[in-house]
Write a protein of this length. Structure first.
Length: 456
């Protein structure tokens, strides 16, 4: 009997201010899917370089000890430098291994990923089916060009195979393979996506994929058709994490968890009826003008203590331009209602859209200042490649280097390059004006674990 195919997943490290250390759900989903379909035909390991001290030495040691047949690297945009700095290291310490890159950055920047780095293949979009078929085909010696959802070098260019279908029934995807991690590595005083914690033992969970809205700045990695796990399937994972690992706080990171209100109500009522005492937060943002007061009441009853709402701009013109089309008035009323219930509310805002005026940016800041929000995050717009926003930005700045396209912490923004206006300075003013002593005092009163927040 031939030995199993050894697959090493690598979660890169790239310095970023306020780096979050959440569990790498993407690769855990891939591992769970592979094990469901291939069983003992695969031997899977994970190295998360974010949580290790001597990162490159640890990577070398893991490669030499595990001897992988496949090295899979999951990348976000701001992690792109990891590929240039480490693919040769991987080649040297795992000779013969096939290097595969997936995740948002590989999907959006496939040409540069393959032509500028020593990478063999890229898995595009939703990865479970494509990567499963890739592993099966590689193990059997088949033609990898037959695998859908794959990209590879072809001479001086890049060839993409036919797109793979999205998985319609998300209940057929097993829960993430938590056997690959130790939750304790992600707890303690590490900063995480939500920024605030009510409980020391927390986990991020996903109940749906994709978003039907067509905001110009957003990716389409999971398509535009909302696909949902059943309430039973989703709450079963929460129950498992609650009982097996003692998780008491759950961060639901769906793109738009509250779009299907009846389903959301069924999930929340199942949680309430389960008898579990948990806390809920939504760090990726809820659609604020779809929420009703009834929803907010039920969210709180189920354990929600913090709601994040993606508002983006206070300009009605820009709401139309970016196709967010948010009913800002309704969002403000929902924020005020949630505040009266004692919930922490955070708003996301974006400054520096292509064609945006300075007065419109100031209007966005005034929207935040006039709101009852507990917290606000002001982001300088980044026109990520393969978005409509990128096409819009090219009308104002034809040449953009990777630093403009990879991180919200870039030293110079697209808007400043295009107009000369230092939007970063306005961003700092926005934070100073928003976080008044009175607002900070009110926030501090509501924060559940004050000791955690002080250490951050």
């Amino acid at each position: 009997m031939s030995r199993p195919t050894r697959i090493l997943f690598v979660k890169p490290y790239a310095y970023s201010p306020n780096q979050a250390f959440d569990v790498p759900l993407g690769v855990l989903y891939l591992s769970g899917y592979l094990k469901k379909h291939l069983g003992n035909q695969v031997d899977i390991a994970l190295i998360d370089l974010r949580i290790l001290r001597n990162k490159q030495d640890a990577l070398k040691q893991k490669l030499q000890a595990f001897k992988p047949d496949i090295v899979g690297i999951s990348t976000l945009a701001f992690e792109h430098r990891f590929l240039a700095d480490n693919t040769d290291v991987i080649r040297d310490h795992a000779p013969g291994a096939v290097l595969v890159v997936g995740g948002p950055y590989a999907t959006s920047n496939v040409t540069s990923v393959l032509l500028e780095n020593s990478i063999d293949y890229a898995v595009l979009g939703e990865g479970e089916l494509s990567f499963l078929n890739f592993v099966k085909t590689l193990a059997s010696g088949g033609d990898l060009k037959s695998v859908r959802g794959l990209a590879f070098r072809n001479g001086n260019g890049v060839m993409l195979t036919e797109k793979e279908d999205f998985i319609e029934d998300l209940d057929t995807i097993p829960m993430p393979d938590y056997s690959l991690i130790d939750f304790n590595d992600y707890w303690g005083n590490r900063l995480q996506f939500n920024g605030i914690l009510a409980e020391p033992k927390h986990a991020s969970v996903v109940s749906s994929r994709a978003c039907p809205y067509r905001c110009v700045y957003c990716h389409s990695m999971f398509g535009k058709k909302l696909r949902k796990r059943s309430p039973e399937h989703f709450v079963a994972e929460i129950t498992f994490l609650y009982q097996r690992f003692g998780v008491r706080e759950f961060h639901i990171i769906d793109d738009v968890f509250n779009l299907d209100r009846p389903r959301m109500h069924r999930i929340l009522k199942r949680i309430i009826d389960s008898g579990m005492t948990i806390r809920l937060a939504f760090p990726n943002g809820l659609r604020g003008d779809v929420l009703e007061e009834e929803d907010i009441l039920l969210l709180k009853q189920a354990g929600a203590y913090m709601l994040t709402l993606a508002i983006e701009t206070g300009s009605p013109r820009l709401q139309r331009v970016i196709r967010k089309n948010l009913d800002i008035g309704k969002v403000m009323r929902n924020i005020a209602f949630a505040g009266r219930l004692g919930l922490i509310t955070r708003g996301f805002f974006m400054l520096g859209f292509p064609g945006e005026t300075v007065e419109e940016m100031k209007q966005t800041i005034r929207t935040a200042l006039d709101s009852k929000l507990s917290m606000a995050s002001f982001f300088v717009v980044v026109p990520f490649e393969n978005t409509e926003l990128f096409t819009m930005a090219k009308q104002y700045l034809d040449v953009m280097d990777k630093d403009l396209l990879s991180s919200y912490q870039a030293s110079t923004s697209f808007y400043e390059k295009a107009t000369g206006y230092k939007v970063g300075r306005l961003q700092k003013i926005a934070y100073l004006r928003f976080y008044t002593p009175l607002r900070l005092a009110r926030l501090f009163i509501r924060i559940p674990r004050k000791s955690y927040q002080i250490t951050k």
